[in-house]
Write a protein that binds this ligand. Structure first.
Ligand code: DP6
Length: 366
């Protein structure tokens, strides 16, 4: 695998101070990533819709350190202070410190700066919405702005590619949060340019029915998950169905590619729901086994099926590693489905809360 392309040249033109602000979105996988090997290499390719309203906004202030402040070569570590929604967040620091460790080979310039990171999410904290994808992609994108400043030769295509590469080293799904509206991560023979190292925009023309696709996120359970994604991924090692699952996911991605191009929405519904339930089936059949769905997750799924049948609708659901339900529907059903959610589904949500979102185009500099 060609990781050498992401190393930096030696004659960087350092600046004393810089500050960048990026807004990067969350994403929702249609074909799921579940299972990986080191270093953050997925066991199968995945594809997601990039979201628009659920995002993180991060500013990083970089201040160059004097020679006296720089640590010795052997005990170098990234110097950073982290504020989340205006407050120092010590508990988020280890994950970010680990991220900086993983990327230091590719971004050695981070050691030359003191970094002050200010981050906030558009969605309520601990809503159960994965914030690692938007959070880590935002940091990665800010770092790439600095890299561009100290190495002005870089093209935008390369910057996006490396931002996704870096984000992946923080959290796999974060690699799919730089561009949009559809991103593939993981090497796949039928997706041109796809790679295990970074996400790529879905390279084929997508049927208009999937334009501005809607995603309402029903917040069923906002509590801390009993089993984190990191542990869930690990349980795919020695999982009795793992190899078949990885093969199936790659086959499903090939099918999804055709569906997206041809606009076959019935097949889309079938594949998306099957992927969601298979992801949770992997959890049910892990050892130790675990269940992330809640009773209201199932209530909502049944209501969606009833509604689809009764109204001849194209609504469907997907799930990530949690109890929340993502309700997916085409733009032309927006009004009717929003009514249905408000009237029939919001009662299954904690404090009746849900977030209306739609596909988006990826990272934005503010
Ligand atoms: C169920 O990207 O959160 O959302 O790489 O360990 O950070 P790490 O895991 P993470 O896993 C996401 C899994 C998923 C499916 C998906 O987004 O494809």
């Amino acid at each position: 695998m060609n990781t050498a392309q992401f190393l930096v040249k030696s004659d960087l033109k350092f600046v004393d101070k810089a500050s960048y602000t990026w807004q990067t979105p969350s994403n929702i996988a249609l074909v799921k990533y579940w299972g990986k090997s080191n270093p953050q290499i997925p066991k199968n390719a995945s594809i997601s819709f990039t979201l628009n309203n659920c995002h993180t906004i991060t500013t990083i202030d970089f201040e160059r350190m004097s020679n006296a402040e720089l640590g010795s070569e052997s005990d170098k570590k990234a110097e950073f202070t982290l504020f989340f929604e205006g407050k120092v967040k010590e508990e988020f620091k280890p994950k970010i410190a680990e991220f900086f460790k993983r990327i230091q080979e590719y971004c050695p310039y981070i050691f030359d700066y003191k970094m002050t990171i200010n981050s906030e999410n558009s969605f309520p904290h601990s809503s159960g919405i994965a914030s690692s994808a938007s959070g880590l992609s935002a940091i990665a994108r800010c770092l790439m702005s600095l890299e561009q400043e100290i190495n002005p030769d870089l093209s935008l295509a390369f910057i996006n590619k490396k931002a996704s590469f870096l984000a992946r080293l923080g959290s796999g799904s974060a690699s799919r949060s730089i561009e949009g509206p559809l991103v593939v991560w993981g090497n796949h023979p039928e997706i041109e340019g796809s790679s295990d190292l970074f996400g790529v925009k879905f390279p084929y023309k997508v049927h208009s029915v999937f334009e501005n696709y809607q995603d309402a996120i029903l917040l069923v359970d906002k509590g801390e998950k009993q089993v984190s994604s990191t542990i869930g991924h690990k349980l795919m090692h020695n999982h009795p169905y793992a190899e078949n699952r990885f093969k199936q996911a790659n086959e499903n991605l090939a099918k999804m590619s055709t569906i997206l191009q041809e606009g076959n929405i019935k097949q889309f519904i079938n594949l998306v729901e099957s992927e969601a339930l298979t992801l949770h089936a992997m959890m049910l059949t892990s050892n130790p086994y675990f269940i992330l769905m809640k009773p209201n997750t199932l209530e909502i799924i049944n209501k969606i099926w009833e509604y689809r049948q009764k109204k001849n609708s194209n609504i469907c659901f997907t799930l990530d590693a949690g109890a929340n339900v993502h309700v997916l529907y085409p733009l032309d059903e927006k009004e009717a489905v929003n009514q249905f959610i408000e009237n029939e589904l919001s009662k299954y949500c904690q404090k009746n809360q849900y977030i209306c979102d739609a596909t988006g185009l990826g990272a934005k500099q503010l």
